[in-house]
Design a protein around this ligand. Structure first.
Ligand code: AMP
Length: 345
């Protein structure tokens, strides 16, 4: 019997940050280390998604390699045959399926995406491109090509996950066959990844917004490549509030709650345990110092692992996986091409 598929993708538009690490990467690395024999696990560098917001294109190649190395440093066991890594643009079926699905996606449906509204505000109206608007369709194609059931993503992608389920069901109904496996609903995804809800780490300077690679100047973002000292300084400068009492309340105290959340993630302790240690205390300075120390030791350890990644071995794995992935993707694409009449049935 075919194994259940778990899939995630991370853009290569900048260095990865702790939101990417804890929101998407860690879940897949954990499963890869403990249950790789039970699943097929696909990890994609979403290079085509990288320029939905403006980037320095001369750096994209090196950024792709750096992000792949981060997967390994995070603990992805490259040698396991059930784990596959690939670059999205090396699998042309993604772009082709995206075009087909574009033509079955309603403007109304895609216009509701809040991530588009948030990001377009950030990049400024005159810099918003069509790719940013319809990237959920490419994202649906990324997932639907591989019969994926589980997609570990942060909370920002919840609506897009719902969309990929809708488009898969719509296509299956319209063409009266199981063209696509429909990924599990969001609540089941959370259960599978043992979370109460999707994770959203906030920007340290503006905790009403998510921490994001395309953040304006990076001062509110902790990149995995930040020096431990620079990261600790960012924590020390994090925006809090004037309430003067520590509470885990994202509505009223988003900055403080964000620090508590980061501390729980860095220490690997349940959020409730960290909260009960800190709630009711009044020293934001003490909280910041503890989080700053935790980030320093996390990054020191992580960067030591990053420095030892064997690039040659990684490249060999990548190229071998891309051959296999192309075959799998083309099989699904052909089914769709036949259904829509592009190829003889
Ligand atoms: P991106 O690189 O923006 O495409 O995001 C890659 C993955 O990281 C996606 O699964 C996102 O949901 C997740 N992610 C990005 N930013 C955050 C954040 N601030 N908190 C939690 N997860 C995030």
């Amino acid at each position: 019997m075919a194994k259940e598929v778990i899939f995630t993708g991370l853009r290569a538009n900048n260095d990865l940050h702790i939101g990417n690490y804890f929101g998407a990467l860690l879940a897949i690395v954990d499963i890869s280390n403990h249950h790789a024999s039970d699943f097929e696990i696909d990890l994609m560098v979403a290079d085509l998604h990288s320029f939905t917001t403006p980037i320095d294109h001369s750096k994209l190649q090196s950024q792709i390699m750096e992000n792949l190395k981060v997967f390994v440093a995070a603990g992805l066991p490259l040698d396991h045959p059930n784990i596959r890594v690939f670059r999205q643009s090396y699998i042309p079926a993604h772009s082709e399926l995206a075009w087909i699905l574009d033509c079955f996606t309603g403007m109304g449906q895609i216009s509701r995406m809040t991530e588009f509204k948030d990001k377009s505000k950030k990049v400024g109206q005159n810099k918003v491109n069509v790719g940013l608007f319809n990237y959920p369709v490419l994202m649906a194609s990324d997932v639907l090509l591989y019969d994926v059931l589980y997609v570990p993503v942060g909370d920002d992608q919840t609506q897009h996950l719902e969309f990929m389920r809708d488009i898969a069901e719509h296509m299956n109904r319209k063409f009266k066959q199981r063209l696509f496996v429909v990924p599990k609903p969001v609540t089941e995804q959370h259960k599978f990844f043992k979370k109460d809800q999707g994770l959203r780490i906030r920007d340290l300077l503006d905790p009403t917004k998510k921490m994001s690679k395309s953040g304006e100047n990076g001062n509110g973002v902790i990149f995995l490549t930040d020096t431990p000292e620079a990261a600790a300084a960012k924590i020390q400068r994090a925006t809090t509030d004037s309430i003067g009492s520590i509470n885990f309340d994202f509505e009223k105290q988003p900055g403080v709650a964000n620090l508590l959340q980061i501390l729980a993630l860095l220490s690997g302790k349940p959020q409730s345990e960290v909260n009960s240690q800190w709630e009711g205390k009044d020293s934001y300075g003490e909280l910041k110092s503890v989080v700053a120390e935790a980030i320093k030791s996390f990054l020191t350890d992580f960067q030591a692992k990053l420095a030892t990644v064997d690039e040659t071995k990684l490249m060999q794995k990548l190229e071998a996986d891309e051959l296999a992935i192309n075959k799998a993707a083309n099989k699904t694409l052909l089914k769709v091409q036949k259904a829509v009449g592009l190829r003889p049935a």
